[in-house]
Design a protein. Structure first.
Length: 87
């Protein structure tokens, strides 16, 4: 995964330090379950519907992803929906 200022061992990532949600999802696919992906999709959907701009932290097993802003949320929702279809 291409990252700036983070180490794989930390398992904590945030935009814009990751270049793409795809890299995060690929690197941490072992932490993704239908349950935690579904829960995070609900959280992001509420975030989007409320037009929030603060940081939201998604938890997938032992790793976290911090997302902020509408563009990042929409990209993350698309990535998680894709993953959920394949779990």
């Amino acid at each position: 995964m291409f990252v700036e200022g983070y180490h794989l061992s930390s398992m904590k990532w945030s935009y814009p330090d990751i270049y793409s949600i795809d890299y995060f999802l690929e690197d941490f696919k072992s932490e993704l379950t239908a349950s935690n992906v579904g829960n995070n999709l609900k959280l992001l959907g509420d975030y989007r519907d409320d037009l929030r701009e603060d940081v939201v932290t998604l938890t997938f097993g032992n790793c976290e992803l911090k997302v902020q802003g509408m563009d990042e949320v929409v990209a993350t929702i698309r990535g998680l929906e894709y993953v959920l279809e394949r779990l």
